[in-house]
Structures are given as structure tokens and as C-alpha cells.
Design a protein around this ligand. Structure first.
Ligand code: FES
Ligand code: CO
Length: 326
């Protein structure tokens, strides 16, 4: 399955420490912890001895994961290093738990379940020192990851779902925009919206121009550049990445990575704006039927305003994605 060879976000990096953390990815229960060197490790959350959940155990002072049932210890490679019932026994290489690759990026821990060549979803703003980065989330959403990505690419809902914030019922028309396929998904440029409150600092409505990029099957980035002189903060721009962990085909965990020019507002204030917007989207997302994203373009109706989402569906189909789609 192609999804298992991709990198997926599973936790905030700051939430993984010296006690085991249970997470779920693509219906697989995993346990995360930091080993003696502070490196995040991930094992299948099932002890190979009698099947107990390793995440109910603890991390030893040497940074090994100890099973809650009979105290077997595992190192970051998954190798069992100690069987307390037989202190002199040296466990052979076959005594091991299933291990998965991990890495840390964008404030998150990423896991891939099977080896592959796919890179992490790119987020160019991460390297820009003029921008401040912070995470927002997680949000547990009863919707498929592709439905959530598609909502992020959709501007025609602003005047309804985000009325008074990102849109207005008085300005619902979507001007034509450009969409082109890319190696990682798609790029949509020239997306314009009339926004009463486009960000924390808005003092008046402004025409905002967006660029959307799908950077992996379950990741997307938007960049906002307001027209000159229309906002209180000169040179305001921001880039927001959406990173989704597909938990089951119809349940997802969502994080945003914000890259903003505002170094003054407290984290909580910046997160509160994003929180307001996403919690406006969430009930609509959770109401969509079917919960999976239909890839047959004849299954739902589309207009020219939806061409980014049609392109996204074509990309998923061409990529052979099967999780969260139908
Ligand atoms: Fe894990 Fe026995 S079930 S040590
Ligand atoms: Co929305």
C-alpha cells in the first residue's frame, strides 16, 4: 500500500518524552518514546511475548521501553535486551518488536510504516528566518484526511462557514484562478478572496491573494499575501501548512504549522485565530457523506470554482492512494 511508504505526522515533538505515548497511524497502534540519546523511537504497540500494549509500560533510565506485563525491555531497534524472569538469558535477534523509522520536522514527529523513497512534505517557510513558526493542534476529526485537505483548498465556503472572518455573503464570487499539477500534488495560484478578518491584525476587510500547494497526499500549504496597504501590519504575509495523520479511513488527527511575520503576539493568540477558523470547518467536515473522498469525478458535482479540488482528486487517483478515498 503506497500510503505506508509515506512519512506521516503522529505527534507534537514536545509531547514525546520519557514515558511511552500511544498513537495510531493507518489503523496501526504505535508506541513512541525518547531513548537514552533523546531520539524518538517507534515500535508496534504490541509486545511480541504475550501481546500486551507496550505503551502501558515505562521507559527505563537507560531509555529502553519496558513491557507492563513481564517487564521485557526493548531498545530503539526493537531488540529485546532483558527478560526479568531469566536474568542470565541473552535474547537472540529473533526476540524483537516491530520497529518503524521516525524523524522530527515542523515541530512534529513523523513515522513511516514501510521503507520508501518519498521525502517529508516540503514547507519552504520553515527555513525563512524572518518568519516565526509555531504549531496549532492536534484536532481529532471524524473525517477522512482527503476531505480535510480538500476543505483547505476550497475558497467557495468562506462566505458561509467563515462569515465575518475569511468571507462575506456579500462577496461570494470566486474569480478564475490557475491550477497546475506538480510532482507532489498541485499548485493553485491567483486565488482571491475578500476577507473581513483575514488574520489577527486585520482592522478592515481586504482582498487577499492565496497560493495553495498540495505537498503530499495528506499535506498542503497556503501562502497569503494581502494587497499592499490594506492591513495594519506592513509586509504581512503568512504561510500555513496543514499536516494530517490518517488514523482510520474516516478519522484523522490534524496539525497546523504557522509561519508568520508576527513575533510579538503570544502563541495562544495566534493559535486562537487558527482554532476559531478550524472549529468552524470541523462540524461541516464531519457531516460530509460519504466520509471518504470520492475519486470518481461523477460521484459529486463540480464547478469551475472547484477546479483545485478536482485536480486534487485526479492526483490522488494517479498516485494510487486508497486510504480515505472511495
Ligand atoms: Fe510483554 Fe510478557 S507480554 S513481557
Ligand atoms: Co474553512
Amino acid at each position: 500500500m503506497v500510503e505506508s511508504t509515506l512519512w506521516h505526522p503522529v505527534a507534537l515533538a514536545g509531547d514525546v518524552g520519557n514515558s511511552p505515548l500511544a498513537v495510531q497511524l493507518l489503523e496501526q497502534p504505535l508506541v513512541l518514546w525518547r531513548d537514552g540519546l533523546g531520539v524518538v523511537q517507534a515500535l508496534a504497540d504490541r509486545c511480541p511475548h504475550r501481546g500486551a500494549r507496550l505503551s502501558l509500560g515505562r521507559v527505563t533510565v537507560q531509555g529502553r521501553l519496558e513491557c507492563p506485563y513481564h517487564g521485557w525491555q526493548f531498545d530503539g531497534s526493537g531488540q529485546c535486551t532483558h527478560v526479568p524472569a531469566l536474568p542470565a538469558f541473552v535474547p537472540p535477534a529473533t526476540h524483537c518488536a516491530r520497529r518503524h523509522e521516525t524523524c522530527e520536522a515542523h515541530g512534529l514527529v513523523w513515522v513511516r510504516l514501510a521503507p520508501g523513497s518519498a521525502a517529508l512534505p516540503p514547507f519552504a517557510a520553515e527555513e525563512d528566518v524572518r518568519l516565526r513558526k509555531l504549531n496549532c493542534g492536534p484536532y481529532d476529526v471524524a473525517a477522512s484526511a482527503p476531505r480535510i485537505i480538500e476543505n483547505f483548498l476550497d475558497m467557495a465556503h468562506f462566505g458561509f462557514v467563515h462569515e465575518g472572518w475569511l468571507g462575506s455573503r456579500e462577496a461570494t464570487a470566486i474569480e478564475d484562478y490557475r491550477v497546475e499539477p506538480t510532482a507532489t500534488g498541485l499548485l493553485a495560484t491567483g486565488c482571491k478572496a475578500w476577507q473581513p478578518q483575514s488574520n489577527l491584525h486585520s482592522t478592515a476587510a481586504a482582498q487577499v491573494e492565496y497560493t495553495y500547494e498540495v505537498t503530499a497526499p495528506y499535506a498542503a500549504v497556503l501562502t497569503k499575501v494581502p494587497e499592499a496597504g490594506t492591513t495594519a501590519v506592513d509586509g504581512w504575509r503568512e504561510s500555513i501548512a496543514l499536516f494530517i495523520c490518517p488514523i482510520t479511513p474516516v478519522r484523522s488527527r490534524v496539525w497546523f504549522r504557522l509561519a508568520v511575520a508576527d513575533f510579538d503576539s503570544p502563541d495562544e493568540k495566534l493559535q486562537a485565530f487558527q482554532h476559531t477558523i478550524f472549529t468552524q470547518d470541523q462540524p461541516v467536515l464531519e457531516s460530509q457523506m460519504p466520509q471518504c473522498l470520492p475519486l470518481d469525478l461523477r460521484a459529486e458535482l463540480h464547478t469551475a470554482a472547484d477546479k483545485a479540488s478536482s485536480a486534487y482528486r485526479r492526483f490522488l487517483r494517479q498516485s494510487g492512494i486508497t486510504f480515505g478515498v472511495c
